[in-house]
Design a protein around this ligand. Structure first.
Ligand code: PBG
Length: 328
């Protein structure tokens, strides 16, 4: 059998050769840890469908974030579970609401050593579980919702967030939040836009984590994207950039690597990808059954996400990846 002169296996022969020619490396600097903080609990609460992840108390959150900072993780994104929910989700902009209080704690503990982000949505705070206010027909009403997002974004910035991340998929949300931040003197606060966020069954464990159940068994397909569409995601990204997004996100990650790649090609701003709760839960569940090697699959997942073009990866794996030294 004859071979061409260049045999591809030559550079795969030893670990050192493979390390030398590796194209993609995920480092701790690429990772953002999503964290949950719950009002009115005295002990951290485990989340059954997210093994290893908890609903934090304010105190346990401080400890966790200090440890993440020591591991070199550059940032965290906070999700709040309030003690009280209402139709508008008013705890999302209460200056003493759970996320705002936690942001102040962390800013005073860590100064500028950690990038502090707030997820900006109202679904954790509304009693019906939708990402906005409802009109007379029970549909999410776009423009009145923008006013709520503006308030919540300013409340997060007032509390010390470096970045606020609108995730509700209302049209015009980035422009509304940017205008409100600037009007409140927060020109230095950035916006990470959940630009291409799909209506995905992979958010299931997250909804357990934040105690959200959508009224009447409804879903978010009238505002989040349809997973059959790829080009539409680029429309979302272009709009968010035109409205002033500093960074854009694709979510979920693994089933949308094509969208990450196309977003990377479309823009030179940092691209983030969210490896979501269901993606994490699948690794953990199969790993617990001994069906896959969970640690190796975890590294394969985050590396694929970076290879597709993400600069920043939001992942529940952040802590363990940093701890186990699995990163290159
Ligand atoms: C909305 C929000 C969701 C997630 C992040 N922000 C849930 C949703 O859109 O229903 C999901 C994250 C995950 O699954 O890890 N506030």
């Amino acid at each position: 059998m004859t071979f061409p002169e260049r045999r591809l296996r030559r550079l795969r022969r030893t670990p050192a050769l493979r390390r030398m020619v590796a194209e993609t490396r995920v480092g701790v600097d690429d990772l953002i840890a999503p964290l949950f903080v719950r009002e009115g609990i005295s002990e951290p609460q485990p989340i059954e469908s997210l093994p290893g992840i908890v609903q934090h108390t304010r105190e346990s959150l401080r400890k966790e974030v200090a440890e993440l900072a020591a591991l070199g993780i550059p940032g965290v994104i906070l999700f709040g579970i309030p003690a009280r929910k209402d139709p508008e989700g008013s705890e999302a902009w209460n200056p003493d609401g759970i996320v705002q209080s936690a942001l102040r704690d962390l800013r005073s503990d860590l100064g500028n050593d950690m990038v502090l982000m707030g997820d900006l949505c109202v679904d954790e705070y509304t009693d019906h579980g939708h990402c906005g206010v409802l009109d007379a027909n029970g549909d999410v009403d776009n423009d009145p919702t923008l006013e709520l997002y503006a308030r919540a974004g300013v409340a997060q910035a007032d509390a010390g967030a470096d970045i606020t991340a609108p995730s509700g998929m209302m049209d015009g949300q980035v422009a509304a939040v940017r205008r409100a931040l600037d009007g409140a003197g927060h020109q230095a606060v950035s916006i990470l836009a959940y630009a291409a966020k799909y209506s995905s069954a992979l958010y299931g464990p997250f909804r357990d984590a934040v105690d959200v159940e959508i009224v009447g068994g409804g879903d978010r397909s009238s505002y989040q994207q349809d997973f059959r569409n790829g080009r539409e995601a680029l429309e979302e990204v272009r709009f968010d950039l035109a409205e002033g997004a500093d960074m854009v996100m694709v979510k979920p990650a693994l089933a949308y690597l094509d969208v990450i790649q196309r977003t990377r090609e479309l823009t030179d701003v940092p691209v983030a990808a969210y490896h979501v709760s269901g993606e994490y839960a699948m690794i953990k569940a199969a790993g617990a059954n001994g069906w896959i090697d969970a640690e190796r699959v975890a590294l394969e997942h985050v590396t694929a996400i970076k290879r597709a073009g993400a600069d920043v990866i939001l992942t529940y794996l952040a802590r363990e990846l940093a701890e186990t030294g699995a990163l290159s």
